[in-house]
Design a protein around this ligand. Structure first.
Ligand SMILES: [Mn+2]
Length: 275
């Protein structure tokens, strides 16, 4: 099956670097982001791909203004119209600072957009595509408080807390892996900072306190592809299984200047891929 993996859209960023377009009344940077996102969606529809994976960070924060939300929805609507199943993963910028739920992307689940799945918790989604079934394990941005209560962390050093978080995540991920059908292609879609990643602009855009995840936790042979989000610099972290950050689709600011911007697209099957 063919899939398209994009991430870190950050629509609504960089307005200070734009100006108001007198013809549309919109900030030119918003227009740039819309143009770039529309190219990604054009590609998904033209191929056509069987599945679109969005790796998280739709907007700069969880409460984007309605016209920015609408610009985003206008593009993703085209995937729903083309009947391309789409998984929207919740990144750190999509979460409310207070507690659980209410992430900016959850509205797509509330509205029951056909073929759309929102990944706001660690969960396995069994999705039917035009080219057969696929299993997508969603791993949204996790904070310390998701995995650890305050009393549990009391008296521990930073290093001990970090280790405890990784252990908790390992156990939780193992639980999902055990539910996977080995006959069906499986993809891990995760928004996180991997320990071997080279940084991009995301390090300046701190929203929510995270922790670094060892790559070895993700490179499990049960996964035919590991689709990551969070780091804005495009990079391939592992070949077997293939672990990729597609990077952000647009530069969010001048610190996002290095490297090419884009998406990853290609074929994934049981034990094979050519992304
Ligand atoms: Mn992020």
């Amino acid at each position: 099956m063919k899939l398209l993996h994009l991430s870190d859209i950050h629509m609504g960023s960089g307005f200070s670097h734009g100006r108001v377009n007198p013809e549309t009344g919109l900030n030119t940077r918003l227009e740039d982001f819309v143009t770039t996102l529309s190219r990604c969606v054009d590609r998904a529809i033209a191929e056509p791909v069987d599945l679109v994976l969005f790796g998280g960070d739709a907007f700069p924060d969880a409460t984007p203004p309605p016209f920015v939300q609408e610009a985003f929805a206008n593009q993703f609507r085209r995937l729903a119209d083309a009947q391309i199943p789409t998984v929207l993963l919740v990144g750190n910028h999509d979460q409310h600072a207070q507690g659980q739920g209410g992430a900016s992307l959850c509205i797509y689940r509330t509205l029951g957009v056909p073929g759309f799945v929102v990944g706001d918790r660690l969960e396995t989604h069994r999705i039917q595509t035009r080219n057969g079934p696929v299993q997508v394990v969603t791993l949204p941005w996790l904070t310390r408080s998701t995995l650890l209560t305050r009393p549990e962390a009391e008296g521990l050093s930073m290093g001990e807390v970090g280790q405890l978080l990784i252990d908790r995540l390992r156990v939780a991920l193992e639980g999902e892996i055990r539910t996977l059908d080995p006959e069906v292609p499986a993809v891990l879609l995760a928004h996180l900072m991997a320990d071997t990643a080279r940084y991009g602009a995301e390090r300046f855009l701190a929203v929510g306190k995270g922790f670094t995840v060892p790559l070895a936790l993700l490179t499990r042979p049960c996964f035919d592809y590991v689709a990551l989000g969070h780091v804005h610099r495009h990079q391939v972290l592992c070949q077997q299984p293939l672990v990729i950050y597609p990077g952000s689709i647009e530069r969010v600011d001048f610190s996002d200047g290095e490297g090419r911007k884009g998406i990853c697209s290609g074929g994934v099957g049981k034990g094979t891929n050519d992304l």
